[in-house]
Design a protein around this ligand. Structure first.
Ligand code: ADP
Ligand code: MG
Length: 348
């Protein structure tokens, strides 16, 4: 059978890395992005730049691809549904519907008897006063948040008058967890009970943005197996096809909570490019294109450092050691808090 043409919605660094992985398999990539400067256009075979709701562009994109996937979850649901009527979208759009909204996402997880932080839906300011048992807490926009955007830390009820909150949006209020560690587990599911799972990755955030990831995570055996089990259960229940990441919190008493689900390849998994025989990106492409599953093998322990804003500059001309791998996302502009590249260090 000839190799399919894969369409990817979104054109950021995750898309670039998916595209590079697809090239290894001789799979052609068409990227559909609303950003004329999308870095992935430098790697793909065809680039369609338009608003994600533009009918003509959706039609053109759909016609030219055999299978469609995406690099970020906040794509208009109607767009995914429209494409899915003609060409398969994987993971399926109903997954996005659940995960795009923090409230439905947490409800879904709790129904599986998996623990999340305590939370409540907030539509108006007065509702925060009624839920003071969740303070100190974090108020998060229910949709469209990433890298800590749309989040407000509320230590006590006195704070809410001094913080400017846009209540035209819906929020959830989450109790602040006394964090010991954060981990993520990445799985690639091919079919029912057919998957490859990476070992838990330990993550360090600065200003709610991922700064570092490493394997192995410093966790006990129980958390190791529970986090993998919960991730597998979530992927199975979603009938997921492709790579998925579950972010977890571990509190100071070693309780495990699901923080959120990313229905896509994930920043914490960049180290899989160098530390495993098959990366999260290659595995995603293999799963959505229905290629053979390859048994995962870890090659090395590793650490990944995100290069944020102008931190990228000193790496561009730096001489690297044999165990260091530098990735420049080739973004047009350097901006504060923007992920510009990363460095992976293998630790034999
Ligand atoms: P995003 O969608 O921006 O990744 P997250 O909900 O994952 O949003 O929050 C980003 C980071 O903020 C988390 O990785 C964690 O470090 C911190 N954080 C978020 N919610 C909580 C919480 N309830 N308790 C403690 N820390 C939190
Ligand atoms: Mg997160």
């Amino acid at each position: 059978m000839s190799k399919p043409v894969l369409g990817i919605i979104g054109g950021g660094q995750l898309c670039s890395m998916l595209t590079i992985a697809a090239k290894k398999e001789n799979i052609k990539i068409i990227v559909f992005s609303d950003d004329k400067d999308a870095p992935a256009q430098k790697f793909c075979d065809q680039f369609i730049c338009s608003d994600y709701k533009d009918e003509k562009s959706i039609d053109k994109f759909t016609k030219n691809c055999d299978i469609v996937t995406f690099e970020f979850e906040n794509i208009p649901f109607e767009t995914l549904n429209k494409i899915n009527k003609i060409k398969p979208v994987l993971p399926k759009p109903s997954v996005n519907e659940i995960v795009q909204n923090r409230l439905s996402e947490k409800n879904f997880v709790n129904k599986l008897d998996i623990k999340t932080t305590e939370y409540v839906s907030i539509e108006k300011k007065s509702e925060i006063s009624l839920n003071q048992d969740l303070l100190p807490g974090i108020l998060k926009t229910s949709t469209l948040g990433y890298d800590g955007k749309g989040q407000y830390i509320i230590n006590s009820i006195k704070d809410i008058d001094s913080i400017k909150i846009d209540f035209s949006k819906n929020y959830i209020l989450e109790k602040l967890v006394k964090l010991k560690r954060e981990i993520s587990v990445i799985i690639t599911r091919f079919n029912k009970n057919e998957y490859e799972i990476y070992e838990p990755i330990e993550n360090v955030h600065e200003d709610q943005i991922l700064k570092k990831s490493k394997i192995p995570a410093e966790i006990n055996k129980e958390i190791l197996s529970k986090s993998k089990l919960w991730t597998t259960l979530i992927a199975e229940k979603l009938e997921y096809v492709g790579t998925l990441c579950v972010e977890f919190f571990i509190d100071i008493n070693d309780n495990l909570y699901v923080n959120e689900i990313a229905p896509r390849v994930h920043n914490s998994g960049h180290l899989t490019i160098n530390a495993y025989n098959v990366s999260q990106f290659e595995n995603h492409v293999r799963a959505v294109c229905n290629l053979k599953r390859i048994k995962l093998n870890k090659i090395s322990d590793a650490e990944m450092i995100n290069l944020i804003g102008d931190q990228i500059l000193s790496y561009r001309n730096k001489k690297l050691r044999n165990n260091e791998f530098f990735f420049d996302y080739l973004k047009k502009d350097i901006r504060p808090k923007r992920k510009m590249g990363h460095l992976t260090i293998l630790k034999k």
